[in-house]
Design a protein around this ligand. Sequence first.
Ligand code: ATP
Length: 594
Amino acid sequence: MRETLRAYRMLIRIGFRAAPWQATFQLVTGVIMSLGAPVAAYGGKLLIDAVVAHDLRLGVLAGVLVAVMVAVNLVTVFYYVDCAFGVMERARAYADRRLMELMGGVDGLAHHERPEYLDQVQRIREESGALGSMTNATAGILRAVVSLGAAGVLLAQIHPVLLALPFVAVVSIAVGKRARDLDVTAQELTTEPERLRRHIFDIATSAPSGKELRVFGLTGELLDRHHAVARKVIDERNRATWQGAALGVVDALVFALAYVAAIAFVLLRAVRGQASPGDVVLAIGLAAQLTGIVYSAVMYGTHFMWVLRIGVRLVWLEDYARDTAYVPSDPADVPDRLTQGIELRDVSFGYPDTSRTVLDRLSLHLPAGTVVALVGENGAGKTTLVKMLCDFYRPDTGQILVDGTPLARIPVERWRARVSAAFQDHVAFEFLARETVGVADQPRIGDDAAVLAGLERAGASGVLTALPNGLETQLGKSWDGGVDLSGGQWQRLALGRGLMRSDPLLVVFDEPTAALDAQTEHAMFERFAQAARTGAGRGAVTLLVSHRFSTVRMADLIVVLSKGRVLEQGSHAELMEHGGLYAELYDLQSKAYR
Ligand SMILES: Nc1ncnc2c1ncn2[C@@H]1O[C@H](COP(=O)(O)OP(=O)(O)OP(=O)(O)O)[C@@H](O)[C@H]1O
């Protein structure tokens, strides 16, 4: 319950922060609007009574009341709609930014990698558009409540028994909500099959899958799978729709009976002289309005609950970001330069919620000012080691020391400001070419010389020749005047990014060139090594992860990982001399290339 309240506060705050005046106006005009119809119906009653009683003064008064209410309604509807759209648009942008801030603000990567978190995050992302609509849902419910209250007061004035009508309306709201709940539950139950359906459709229709689809003759198989999973989704959702429709029929019948009974009751009283003809008209008008009120209450109520459910997930993310934020109790500064290097001392690690130990009491010294290559079979733990050095995850036991200072004592943002990296799964930032590289060093994002130097160090200057406006070229062909790049060109820009920062203490290249051929990779790594030697005065450590032994041989230190432990380490010559796994694999690879 507390979580739900927090979610509500957070969501309503989004609307009021994004557009404070419009949100307030929307609520106020909503209340005025909801009073309009019942008051106008009351004016109608007075008008009829005035005609029957030949009372001109009352007639004029009633006429003015109806006219004023109609005019007020017209004006407020205009403002209400205007404000509603304004709030939703701004709140949506505000909610998106909040979401980006929360997702990007989480210290580590677990929320991107753990299935149970991924599901939550995926749902928040998919439904983020609704996060800005809580003000609208609240205004809708408020309108329904005020209309229902006003109708109740007026009906009670005719006869208290007529209060049964709003009561039936409230029951109707509950029944309507139940029908919508069935629908929502069906939607949630089919989230995964629906995702699978979309995934299959995407594979079957997207360009990159075209080759494999044809080679393996997969279209028929995908059609069958799509059919089976779509059947599942449709059956489940159909069931809910039919159940909801049945509830709706029962509900409509009950409401219609109550409506007829209420009108008959007032008519009878009027015939007996206990009610005026105006009361009959008022009862008919209010009873008719109740149908609309019930409809909008159900609609807004369901929307409200749905948005609230997404809000609860956002609260979860907020808590998660806060709980995982790591603030060292005795923070230390990052050394300006490294003299000893980075040391992993007896580091053990297993991914959260898994039982497997990925790094097993691993000890390793990465000397200051050196180029270190990390090799090993798939799953040996190379990327995991890189993630620990970037402080995405922390050791379960053991420690990482930066020139003797435990990394755990260095605030994350200080350490990351001195780390640079290029990964295999690089990001294609579709910005100006200069920005695509320059984002790595934001203070110098506008500094052409710095960007060009980064590209030069990465051996990626050639990419610029393909760009009509050089560094000022918009990348990505979905943008006006944008230019598309090949996978290799994007990769080179990512490498430029990795070499853009001028004073990193750790530069990591985790198979960023895996898609390039061995010779190109070798040439590029030679350049990285050269760039690393320039940073050697700072004592920077450059860590290369690669499966190609011809490439890593030029590293100062080669570390062979196996099952989360260091199997052997040394220079190329030392390891060849040693005649272990490295020597064996090196020979195998060089024979293959001969
Ligand atoms: N986010 C994760 N959650 C759970 N287990 C993971 C996660 N990432 C990696 N692992 C597991 O940790 C082990 C080491 O993975 P890692 O990616 O570090 O290996 P690697 O040596 O880089 O392999 P490769 O050469 O294939 O890239 C593997 O068994 C992998 O399945």
